[in-house]
Design a protein around this ligand. Sequence first.
Ligand code: MTE
Length: 320
Amino acid sequence: MSFFDPHILPSDITPKAVFENRRNLIKAAAAGSFGMALAPWFSRQALAASPEKLAATLNAAYATKEELTPYKYVTGYNNFYEFGTDKADPAAYAESLQTRPWTVSIEGLVKKPMTLDIDALLKLAPMEERIYRMRCVEGWSMVIPWDGYSLSKLISKVEPLGSAKFVEFISLADRKQMPGIKSNIIDWPYREGLRMDEAMNPLTLLTFGLYGEVLPKQNGAPVRIVVPWKYGFKSAKSIVKIRFTEEMPKTSWSQFDAREYGFYSNVNPQVDHPRWSQASERRIGDAKGAFAPKIKTQMFNGYGDQVASLYSGMDLKKFY
Ligand code: MTE
């Protein structure tokens, strides 16, 4: 299954020459001459930019200086299983997602449960741009300018009870809008969760946009979570519910296989996935072809200064 095989890359199934010269690739794509040899995420209509701008101010305290992953990869090479399991599927099929009207209900162990319209949620706090490294469990990574604000700002509005220990994020699951829901790979809806202190950490971003524009649908419009020190699957897309619980919530991937996907899923080069190493990653970008050579993965994806203290005293091999 594509999600689980980090070893088969488009560069492996595409003639090497195609990757060596981007200009030729684009020309060839325009002429339609590559047929099936072309990486699937290039050959489809993947790259329709959303024109709607978001006014966000760059927060330099949360902005890695690394080279940004080009927009076309950020929006053309995605995991969003509600639209299919191929990396090109979300860009090809997510157009059917209706992002208005959209509400997010915040419920469970809080003093002030509320259902917020997406446009009210957008205005709840000043919009910031944060440039985060993102590491997928499959072994690739990107550097993405996200637009949003710390989830903690929303959490403080609803006033969690002392008994609230975890936060659960639930994505939309609508068969009519999401063709991937017919597959039973995941027990829909997609669910993810964080411990309360992780959710309150200022790095955890309630995200509405990227590259200064509203989120393209394939990236989880109209609102998603971004948790940059954890593997990408913790960052649930197109969320409709945020629930505060006492018990650790069951999450989609740990339900799929608890041995392979733990609740914490902190990026950790020392803990291998049972079927592959997590010590290195490929940074997706076009400087050296579609996939750059492997680089070393950093503990907590390089965010140790901000988050290592959350896990002091925990055995991260056991709580993976
Ligand atoms: N959220 C939902 N609802 N469904 C998904 O399939 N995939 C996850 C995560 N959030 C997923 C999801 C995975 S595996 C990754 S790597 C990131 O979204 C990818 O986000 P991106 O496409 O914006 O890079």
